[in-house]
Structure formats: C-alpha cells, structure tokens
Design a protein around this ligand. Sequence first.
Ligand SMILES: *Cc1c(COP(=O)(O)O)cnc(C)c1O
Length: 428
Amino acid sequence: MLSNDKSLQLSKRALRKIPGGVNSPVRAWSAVGGTPIFVDSAFGARLVDADGNAFIDYVGSYGPAILGHAHPQVVAAIAEQARKGLGYGATTELEIQLAEKLGAAIASAEKVRLVSSGTEAAMTAIRIARAATGRSAIIKFDGCYHGHSDGLLVRAGSGGMTLAIPNSAGVPQPLAAMTSVARFNSLESVEGCFEANPGSVAAVIIEPVAANMGVVVPMPGFLKELAATARRHGAMLICDEVITGFRLCYGSIAESYGITPDLLVLGKVIGGGMPIGAVAGRADLLDLLAPAGPVYQAGTLSGSPLSVRAGLETLSLLSQPGTYERLEAMGARLAHGLTDALVRSDKSGCVNRVGSLVTLFLGVNNVSDADDARRGDSEAFAAYFHQMLQRGIYLPPSQFEAMFVSLAHSEADIDQTVEAAREALAAA
Ligand SMILES: *Cc1c(COP(=O)(O)O)cnc(C)c1O
C-alpha cells in the first residue's frame, strides 16, 4: 500500500475549512471513494503527492498541461512577466498577440474576448447569442459540460429528453426551463428540442468531441448536420472547445470536422495552465460586447498578463511541427494498450479516443451518448482506479472524464501504464 499519512492529515484539515475539502467537486473523489491525494508538485508527466509518492499523471490539470507540468519555457515566461507586474486593469499588447494567434489558427475566430474561466466564456457566448437573435431558449447536450452558470447547469428531465430540470440546488426552475437537453449523436432529439421551442432557440451549444461524460466521438456527419439544422432554425451554433481547442489539432476541432461555428468557447490549453477563458467568433457577434455593443461583460483579471504570456508560450510550442502527430501516436499507443488489456481480462468495457483524449469505460461495450456512459460500471471503475493508483498511475477519479495524454508522456510511460492496467483489471 502507498503511504498516505500526510494526505489523510491534510484531508482532515481541509474538511474543517473548505466545503467538502476541495475547491472543485471532482477533486474529492466522490465517484471512486477514498481519501484524495494532496499534490506537492508536478513536473513533466509526473505528479508527486504530499507523502512523496510519484505518479504518472493523466489528469493534466483537466487539460491545460498539454506540454506536461511546469514546462521550463512556460514557467520562465510567467516569471519574466510577473517581474513586470501582475496585472494593470488596462490593455496590453500581449492580449492583441493572443487574439491574433487564435485568429490565425481558427478561421471563425474573427474576434476574441478574453475572460478568466471557461464558465465565464460559455456564459458570455450564450448572452451574445441571445442578444443577436432576440431569443431566449438554448439547446445543450446531455453529458456535455459548459461550466457552472445557471442556465447550463441542467440535465434532461424524465419523460423525454427535451424538458430540462436544474442539475443543482439554487438554480431557479424558470432558468433551467429555458434550456432544452438533446442527446449527443442524435439529430432526431435536436429536432425534437427545436419543435418544443418553435422560433425561440437562440443557440445550440455543444462540445464537438465530448470529453465531460468520458470521451464520446461525434458520429460521421453528425456535426455537419447539426450545423445545418441550427442554421435552418435561425439559431447560433456555439462550439465549446475549452478542452478540444489546441488539444486535438492546432486550432478548432469543429473546423477540422468541416463546420464553422458562429461562436467558439476556449479555455484550458490556451492559458498554458493559468486561469483563462475566451469567447471567439464572428466579428459582428463579438462586436455586440460592451463597449462596442449593448451586451455587458467585464472582468478585473480578464486578459491577465500572466495567463496570456503562459498561453502564448504554450501555443508557440504547440505550433512546432510534429506536435499533434506525437499526441496522436501516444494517444493511440495508450488506447491500443488499454483495449488489449481489457480483451485479456475478464472485464467488459470499451475504449473511446480522439487524439490525446482517452476514456476506458468499464461494463459497457459501446458509448455514443450520455445514457450509454451512465450504463458503465462505476464500482468496477472505482476498483480499477485504486488499483492503478497503487501502481503509480493517477487517473481522473471518475469514468466520466477523459485521460489527458501530454507531450511529456514517453513511450515508456504509456507502456508502464498499460502494464499497470493489465494487472489492475485482473485485480479489480
Ligand atoms: C472545463 C470546461 C469548461 C469550464 O471551464 P472552467 O475554466 O472550469 O470554468 C467549459 N466547457 C468545457 C467543455 C470544459 O471542459
């Protein structure tokens, strides 16, 4: 057994002063049980906990750590920037550079507004879409996550997919009722949502590759048909690429699937590990934002020079040749290895992958929407998670998350992970 005395102590202290002991719920390990490790430090693909245990990390800060942790060039850029002041409440050339860099990589990012989180960015995108269309309703997909703003924190109600109910206490029903919930990969359910809200849908928001119910791949043609359906109904298409942006290709995965979103939501990777979010898209839509237009949006730390420097450095490293080939190769090596481990075990399950996003689902043989994902065996996953932890592999502590492979993961890391999975599946 790993020693975890320090983490146990810290957990007790945290629980006294921090709700649930964490500042974001998934960190509490509710889905897998046990006491979460407290992190001391991380470098490259490795994480070291407060007890001194080292793990190969597949959480990667839930996406931002695509270069690996504490990349020397990113750390140096942040340190250099910090010496010039941490923020000014005034615009810097750096912000222009990041907007230009995003625009150069993503054709539909004609203009960009920076914020401090993906939540804010998604919330702002919805507000812009409502202002642009003069409509209120929105359509989201069951299992897709767009941050924790009221209108997006809803799930499908029973008795049909279209009527949403709050997914959290404190979200007023009338707000939740403005959101319809469709089934990922089902155009029929999207049509159903439009029919239930005739002429009143402002926007459809989607993760083009879903990564917050575990990885779920869009079926061929689904995104193109979705874009056409939204357009036919006069609704904006918002692609939430907080995870996928600059992770699956240098830019937007929606665009590489051949669709042009009206608005894009970015975050995670583009901040290089620092807090960030961005709304990007059609210039006429972004110009609805204050002070150019009537849609209010603001932020004390928006466009933080530290986040922007970290983001610029990260993007310039990612733009080097071979980056996405490498991520694809490492993702494929991991997915093949896990699939093989699964086949050799007595467990049922499947591996979903796009590029460096990988999910092993246990207890279910095919996952193409949130209902499939929920059919997974969460007890088996919890056992597998802890077996992997004991073998020095730190996985996301829920089956409904992606494993994030970074450029710092070596072939040997991947092979060690697969070997651990073989043992863990046998033991779990
Ligand atoms: C993480 C995430 C968000 C929210 O971003 P925060 O920075 O955590 O607020 C929104 N959308 C998607 C797809 C995400 O993965």
